[in-house]
Design a binder for this molecule. Structure first.
Ligand code: THU
Length: 169
């Protein structure tokens, strides 16, 4: 028998004092992104901002559709947008938040859905580099996860497919 032990660490901060100017700029960009969300069906507005290695930032937000499954989460909109514009620049970080103004009693931090975790893992794998994930709560609350491997250990990676595609050619 073999055992794989998985250790994870998720850090919670009460304000922005531990973060540098680039990180704070990413948080502002993320909070701005939430305002353009298109969420007429769920009324759950989500914003995301992606920071690339070259310092550029790309915003995304959830885009819903009357045919519900056709919509897309904020994280994937931001990542696909960044990747469409700069396919060869590694992703350094992603920040995610929601519109707290709609529901004053709600103050939980939200965490990416399974599909978005898989997509974030794909870009870590593509550039062989961890992506910092900042989950922004109310006011200046921040939850920091150092890599998608923390939230999605033992994930399905493209390496597995290689074994099949290389066999065929
Ligand atoms: N949503 C996101 O944009 N990101 C997440 O991580 C969770 C869910 C969106 C999808 C849908 O538009 C709405 O939130 C409710 O699920």
């Amino acid at each position: 028998m073999k055992e794989l032990k998985i250790e994870s660490s998720i850090r919670f901060f009460e304000d922005y004092s531990s973060f540098n100017a680039e990180e704070v700029a990413l948080f502002k960009s993320c909070k701005n992104a939430v305002n353009q969300a298109y969420a007429p069906y769920s009324r759950f507005r989500v914003g995301a901002a992606v920071l690339l290695e070259d310092g550029s930032m790309y915003e995304g937000n959830n885009q819903e559709n009357a045919a519900y499954p056709s919509g897309l989460c904020a994280e994937r909109v931001a990542l696909f947008y960044a990747s469409a514009i700069k396919p060869n620049v590694a992703v350094k970080a992603i920040a995610v938040t929601i519109d707290y103004s709609n529901n004053p009693d709600f103050d939980d931090i939200i965490s990416p859905c399974g599909g978005c975790r898989q997509v974030i893992a794909e870009y870590e794998h593509k550039f062989n580099q961890a992506i910092s994930i900042y989950l922004l709560g109310k006011e200046e609350k921040v939850c920091l996860i150092d890599s998608m491997k923390v939230l999605l250990p033992f994930y399905f990676s493209g390496d597995i497919l290689k074994a099949f595609t290389e066999k065929e050619s």
